[in-house]
Every structure is written in structure tokens, then in C-alpha cells.
Design a protein around this ligand. Structure first.
Ligand SMILES: N[C@H](CCC[C@H](N)C(=O)O)C(=O)O
Length: 288
């Protein structure tokens, strides 16, 4: 007896090339999002993407975002994803842009506020209040000395690096490099950082070149997804780390140049703002 298949509606969306498969659970039940993320993220045997994101009802916000990496692990926050969740709500008429251009999204890292901007009547850009950057090593336990991990020397994969650790609700390790980051063998060193025992919850790692005090270029190896073309929380962590290392200034709009495009990050003691695009690629149905 063939198991009965279920048809699920999805929307493929991307924020500067960080692409996820979005499922609304307002009108359909997603049984096993972890397995769905592994199966559907595959760019040859699935839909293709950096993971799966559920747009779910919330008792405390306009909606809840639940994000799953390519390996099925659940991430606590997703910057490019939350902008697309905001766009999803407006595109599907779940929030009327004429009535309110500010919305809230519940995440595992707390409730985030977003402001939507339209182009020709369509939401295309959103600014997210990403919340306060956390430099406390107890949250990214590289070192339990209680000191911030800023410009700390570590040895990973028998190679010395100087790292700065920042949490945006998810853990980030920022590595400033002088060489051309386009020549870094991320497939080789990315997993060494991701799985090093100094990061018991694993870690997202950004390799960064500071172009000037308002422009930074980065690549990212994401925990659970590998190299992605962009990472919103990673871009925030990079801007924070650059300020903490004296390369950039708090309160300035800092342009972060990623493989898939640019984000504008503004870091203050109170919070971190991230501004960037959100695009729909296509909608479809998939049988699972
Ligand atoms: N791409 C996401 C980050 C995913 C983080 C995830 N890889 C984890 O922390 O496990 C972003 O735009 O912020």
C-alpha cells in the first residue's frame, strides 16, 4: 500500500542570494521540517536552497519564523530569512502595507521588529532591528575567562588565526584576513572552524577584508549549510567585530559586500540595524 503523499505549497525566496524554501503553516501542516530541509535543499534532487523556513502563527508577534539549515539543524536566527518572512506576509496579504509598514516576527532569539519599504507598491527592502550584539564568551564559549573574545589568537586545523566572536542570537566567529578572501579554500577550512571543540554548539564563520572604514568584504561558511552567498546575522557580526577591533565606527552605516550583494549594517550599543532586499523567486507545490 503506497503511503499517501501530501502536496505542500512553497515559495522560493532569497535575500542577496541566501535562498530558502518557505512554507506557511497558517493553512498547512509541516510534519518534519528537519527532514524536509535535508531533502528539499538539495540542488540536484530537491528544490535547492540553503535550508527551509517556516512562516508560522504567533501569539506574540505578526508571525513566527522557524529556520532549518541544509543539514536539518534548527538555527536560532536568520537575517536574510527574516526579511523574506516580512515580505512573505505582505505579498500574501497577511499584513496590509497601507495599514502598517512595521511588523514583528517571533524567533528563537526573541521578537524582532522590521520596517518595510516598497518599490512600485511591492515590498522589496526591509530594515530589521536585529537586537543587541552579544560579545559574552559564555554565549560563544571560546574562553571561559569571562573576557570578550576580540582579536584572540587561536589554532584551528594547525593554523594560527586571530578571531573575534559575536552572537546575534546565533554564534559567529569573525576572522580578519589581509589576503584576498576570494582565494581562501573555504571548503577546507570552513568545516574546521564549524566543528572545532572550542565551539560546542558549532559556529558560523566569516572571513573578512576591511576595504575602508565604511566598507567591508566578506565570505561565510555557515553552521549546517556550508558556504552561502550571504548571511545577514553574519554581516551584523562582521560589522560589530570591525568596530570592536577599531576598523569601523559605531553608529556609521557600514556596507558589507557579500557574494550575493550588499547589506547596510549600523551597530550601536543598544542594537544592530540591518537593511537589505527580499525577493520572491517563484511559488510551487511539492509532494512529500
Ligand atoms: N543565513 C542566515 C544565518 C543562518 C545561521 C545558521 N547557519 C545557524 O546559525 O545555524 C542569516 O542570513 O543570518
Amino acid at each position: 500500500m503506497r503511503d499517501s503523499k501530501t502536496k505542500l505549497r512553497f515559495t522560493k525566496m532569497q535575500g542577496i542570494g541566501n535562498d530558502y524554501i518557505y512554507f506557511s503553516t497558517f493553512g498547512q501542516w509541516i510534519n518534519n521540517p528537519e527532514a524536509l530541509a535535508v531533502r528539499l535543499s538539495d540542488r540536484h534532487f530537491g528544490i535547492g536552497g540553503d535550508g527551509v523556513i517556516l512562516v508560522a502563527p504567533s501569539k506574540v508577534a505578526d508571525a513566527q519564523m522557524k529556520m532549518y539549515n541544509r543539514d536539518g539543524t534548527e538555527g536560532k536566527m536568520c537575517g536574510n530569512g527574516i526579511r523574506c518572512v516580512g515580505k512573505f506576509l505582505y505579498d500574501h496579504g497577511m499584513v496590509n502595507i497601507k495599514e502598517k509598514d512595521e511588523i514583528t516576527i517571533e524567533t528563537l532569539s526573541g521578537i524582532k521588529s522590521l520596517k518595510a519599504y516598497t518599490t512600485d507598491g511591492e515590498v522589496k527592502t526591509l530594515r530589521v532591528d536585529m537586537g543587541k550584539a552579544i560579545l559574552d564568551p559564555k554565549l560563544i564559549p571560546v574562553d571561559l575567562s569571562g573576557d570578550k573574545v576580540v582579536d584572540r589568537r587561536v589554532t584551528i586545523g594547525m593554523q594560527d588565526y586571530r578571531i573575534t566572536c559575536v552572537s546575534m542570537g546565533n554564534p559567529h566567529c569573525v576572522v580578519f584576513v589581509d589576503s584576498d578572501i576570494d582565494n581562501i579554500n573555504l571548503e577546507e577550512i570552513g568545516p574546521l572552524f564549524e566543528n572545532d571543540p572550542i565551539f560546542p554548539e558549532r559556529v558560523n564563520t566569516e572571513f573578512v577584508t576591511v576595504l575602508n572604514e565604511k566598507t567591508i568584504k566578506m565570505r561565510v561558511w555557515e553552521r549546517g549549510s556550508g558556504e552561502t552567498w550571504a548571511c545577514g546575522t553574519g554581516a551584523c557580526a562582521v560589522a560589530v567585530a570591525a568596530c570592536e577591533n577599531g576598523f569601523c565606527k559605531k553608529g556609521d552605516d557600514i556596507k558589507i559586500k557579500l557574494k550575493g550583494g550588499d547589506l547596510i549594517i549600523n551597530y550601536t550599543d543598544e542594537t544592530v540595524y540591518m537593511t537589505g532586499n527580499a525577493e520572491k523567486v517563484y511559488e510551487g507545490e511539492v509532494e512529500v
